[in-house]
Design a protein around this ligand. Structure first.
Ligand code: DGL
Length: 283
């Protein structure tokens, strides 16, 4: 049994989830729904989004910086990298660096889309950084070498979501242009390989057509979190009458008012207060 499991509710330490901004809220939503007893702290690095166009070295540094800060500030029992770009370039390094389990979004999402495909023509869309990293291509050739994988970067999608513009004519025009290679490749399933993209699912679905199944990595990642908690025996049990209700905390490096307002619209009522964080003076 874990040394932290001494209280009636089991291990009360929170699960720490981070992303460049609002995208990881798709993962946070799925984790809250699947594991309502767990305490959660979410970090949105909105002052430095988007990560997609940045160099791999810089994104890796951001991921390390956030992880180290969250460990020092919240003593989490697990780190969830709710960002494909950071998962693609930093997951292994984070896992080697910290003593708690680290869960990324890339492999859960890929496994899920591979299960859904009937024709083995699978699409993945993500940021420029994710697609250029080759991480999906490598993972697919390892997990399912027979699959014909078409990857496309969708620069601009993240910015629309961060502005709260999830269903405009401009998004539709951009989606029509960027998704053309996936339509040409006749994929039957499409992985939204950026955690921001589920917020654009209606537009992406309209452009791809009814026959293409859209897959978000959020649910599958929540299942991976559940398994990792169980493997490490660090679950929290909210059913005990002595267990206080689970808490959900949010931190943003950007404007906290904006984060609270848009975040609540995207995640739901659990997002009430947002605490600010600044990297000023932090090296
Ligand atoms: N949600 C991040 C991802 O999944 C977006 C990265 C960005 O900020 O460009 O890759």
């Amino acid at each position: 049994m874990s040394e932290h499991a001494g209280s009636p509710a089991g291990d009360n330490r929170p699960i720490a989830i981070f992303d460049s901004g609002f995208g990881g809220l798709t993962v946070a939503r799925a984790v809250i729904d699947l594991l309502p007893a767990e305490n959660i702290v979410y970090f949105g690095d909105t002052a430095r989004y988007p990560y997609g166009p940045r160099g791999h070295h810089e994104v890796r540094w951001f991921a390390i910086q956030i992880t180290d800060w969250m460990i020092a500030a919240f003593d989490p029992k697990m780190i969830v990298v709710a960002c494909n770009t950071a998962t693609a370039v930093a997951l292994d390094e984070l896992a080697a660096r910290v003593s708690v389990p680290v869960v990324g979004v890339l492999e859960p999402g890929l496994r899920s889309v591979l299960e859904v495909s009937l024709t083995d023509r699978v699409g993945v869309i993500g940021t420029v950084g994710t697609v250029a990293s080759g991480a999906y291509q490598r993972a697919a050739s390892r997990l399912a070498p027979r699959v014909e994988l078409t990857c496309a970067a969708c620069p601009g999608f993240v910015e629309f979501v961060e502005r709260g513009e999830t269903d405009s004519e401009q998004v539709r025009v951009l989606a029509t242009r960027l998704l053309a290679p996936l339509r040409d490749a006749k994929v039957d399933s499409l992985l939204l390989g950026c955690t921001h993209y589920p917020f654009l699912a209606r537009t992406i679905g309209d452009v791809m057509g009814r026959d293409v199944v859209l897959v978000s990595s959020a649910d599958e990642t929540a299942f991976a979190v559940d398994r990792a908690l169980e493997d490490a025996d660090i679950q929290r049990d909210g059913s005990s009458p002595l267990a206080p209700a689970a808490w959900h905390r949010f931190v943003s490096t950007g404007d906290v008012e904006v984060f609270a307002e848009l975040g609540r619209r995207l995640l739901g009522p659990e997002l009430d207060e947002v605490r600010p964080h600044s990297w000023d003076g932090v090296e």
